[in-house]
Design a binder for this molecule. Structure first.
Ligand code: NAP
Length: 342
């Protein structure tokens, strides 16, 4: 291949992204300078956070510049190199973009990976990547779990949530309740991921959802792993046990709100229950990733953990694949294959 197809951000989306917000460009392959290497990206990770990076708003990362490819984690293979540390043929994972080729440099975010230890290189974007580490450190560190806790996971059937539920059980939680959209996902929570109870949030207002949580956790919940925000978070806040801990991981129900954010309206309950709500960001745990990867890989080998990946094909399908995250039509970690040919 002598050209590089790139999925560029053409304008900032207002609400749910639409086709006119992007351009699929075809460009010449970049030249390399000393220390650089060319990565043939095989897979891109489609993460809800990307939607936030498209906005011109303060965040933990700068907005994606207009005219630049959409930022994403990728895994791929080095196909040309002027770096002794990354020879041709090395598989790498890093924060790059939705494009067929990226330029990497030693000392950057890109790391060599050993794809021989996993069934698929995609696993470095799911269970052994940021998603797995978010679940592992987000739950075990930010939520400060205690044996016997009753745990509520929102966005529970998704990539992060499904792992959090399993880690909670492995770590000694007494009861793990998941909230997800639709009867099929709720069945999967119990049958595949081992949750004790599942609640379908669709069609329920805050009062109905609060009552559904109360029915499953009559003494309240000790931990909430929050991925959704809005009404779902408000219902969780109505069901806190004393000294509850809330790990605020994501607010996906609010990412496409063009105007004011919904926000949590029941924060008064933090005072009533002397509870703690803590924001968490996976990037803070990068130095400890080897510990998390070893633990997750161990549970996988022992058959104690399952995970799912949803792989769509082709850079031309980047937008519909990304939008699955917001319609809930992804079954597992959302990944885009950018071509697997040599
Ligand atoms: P995911 O859960 O695999 O996919 C997103 C899911 O969110 C959808 O399948 C859908 O499931 C649900 N959803 C979408 N819109 C919703 C809405 N309006 N109300 C309720 N649920 C909705 O994605 P993920 O990668 O695992 O990410 C999950 C959350 O973790 C996101 O909020 C993300 O931003 C956050 N995250 C945070 C960090 C961090 O470092 N803080 C790192 C990674 C991810 P249903 O069909 O069940 O609705």
């Amino acid at each position: 291949m002598s050209t590089n197809r790139r999925f560029l951000l053409a304008r900032r989306p207002a609400g749910i992204p639409v086709a006119d917000d992007f351009v699929l460009s075809e460009e010449a392959l970049p030249d390399l300078t000393d220390g650089q290497f060319l990565i043939r990206n095989r897979y891109a990770s489609l993460d809800p956070a990307i939607r936030g990076w498209m906005d011109d708003a303060p965040s933990y990362m700068p907005p994606i510049p207009l005219g630049s490819p959409v930022r994403a984690s990728t895994v791929g293979e080095v196909t040309a190199s002027k770096s002794a540390d990354f020879p041709v043929g090395t598989w790498v994972a890093g924060l790059n973009a939705i494009e067929e080729y990226s330029v990497g440099a030693a000392g950057g975010f890109t790391q060599a990976i050993d794809v021989s230890i996993v069934p698929s290189p995609t696993n470095f974007l799911s269970i052994l990547g940021a998603v797995g580490m978010t679940a592992y450190f987000g739950y075990l560190r930010a939520c400060e779990p205690k044996p016997g806790d009753t745990v509520l996971v929102t966005g529970a059937a998704g990539a992060v949530g499904s792992l959090v539920g399993q880690i909670a059980k492995l770590n000694g939680a007494a009861r793990v309740i998941g909230i997800a959209g639709g009867p099929e996902k709720c069945a999967r929570l119990i049958q595949r991921y081992g949750f004790d109870a599942a609640i379908d949030y669709r069609g329920k207002d805050v009062a109905a959802l609060s009552a559904a949580i109360a029915a499953e956790a009559p003494n309240g919940v000790d931990v909430i792993f929050e991925n959704v925000g809005g009404d779902v978070l408000d219902a969780g806040l109505n069901n806190l046990a004393m000294h509850a801990r809330i790990g605020l991981c994501g607010l996906i129900s609010e990412y496409n709100n063009p105007g004011e954010k919904t926000g949590a309206r029941n924060v008064w309950q933090l005072i009533v229950k002397r509870a703690t709500m803590r924001g968490l960001l996976v990037a803070d745990y990068v130095p400890d990733f080897p510990t998390g990867i070893t633990a997750m890989a161990g549970w996988l080998r022992e058959g104690k953990l399952v995970f799912d990946e949803h792989v769509d094909q082709g850079i031309e399908n980047a937008l519909p694949a990304f939008l699955r995250l917001f319609s809930g039509t992804n079954d597992g970690k959302m990944i885009l294959a950018l071509g697997t040919e040599a």
